[in-house]
Design a protein around this ligand. Sequence first.
Ligand code: ATP
Length: 216
Amino acid sequence: MIDLTDVHAGYGRIEVLRGVSLNVPRGTVTALLGPNGAGKSTLVKVLSGQLRATSGHVHLGGVHVNDASADDLARAGLCTIPEGRAIFPNLTVAENLRLMRGDPEVVYSRFPKLRVRHRQLAGSMSGGEQQMLAFSRALITDPAVLVIDELSMGLAPVIVAELYEVVRELASSGVTMLIVEQFAETASSVADDVVVMAHGSIASGDLASVYFGGTS
Ligand code: ATP
């Protein structure tokens, strides 16, 4: 469903992704780990069509991302939650959801806290609630492929557990997910597959050698 072959990408003359190959089958969750600066957010940008690969193939559900317009990607059911959450802080929870043109009831029944706070300005909610809202804005679009940068960044473990419960539910209903995660333990407890990016490509070898020095 998500299929990358030998993808290279970067910013101007700086090459960040140096031959990334990755396959995430339909209805599964892959967690992407890696040290700061490894290129994880750059990969998310390539998958969302925000940054073009300079070479290699990027396919999402049969759509060739490099040739696709934003509309094509939306039609293919791609939804991305970027790092920093992409919510409108000066709009209320209800307004943030309304902008996504879906049924907010789907969200309110999953996250009752958001129903209670539907009139609150999104920017005045806690980090966990804001992430719940960002996640909900994605859910409402009924995505086929969900790419999330730093889902658990700065959140209390109880919120992370709640969000990952929804991730598992989505996967069992057929949604394909790639999630950038900071914590190896969290990632391996929820993902079908855990991959590590280092120096712009998917590292082989075990997690410890990537994080604590080694040959990979
Ligand atoms: P982190 O975990 O710290 O978010 P990351 O693995 O997501 O890191 P990226 O954000 O993809 O890493 O960054 C990879 C490299 O690309 C870094 O060296 C970064 O400085 C560089 N980079 C990122 N964005 C740009 C940009 N817009 N222009 C130039 N270089 C950039």
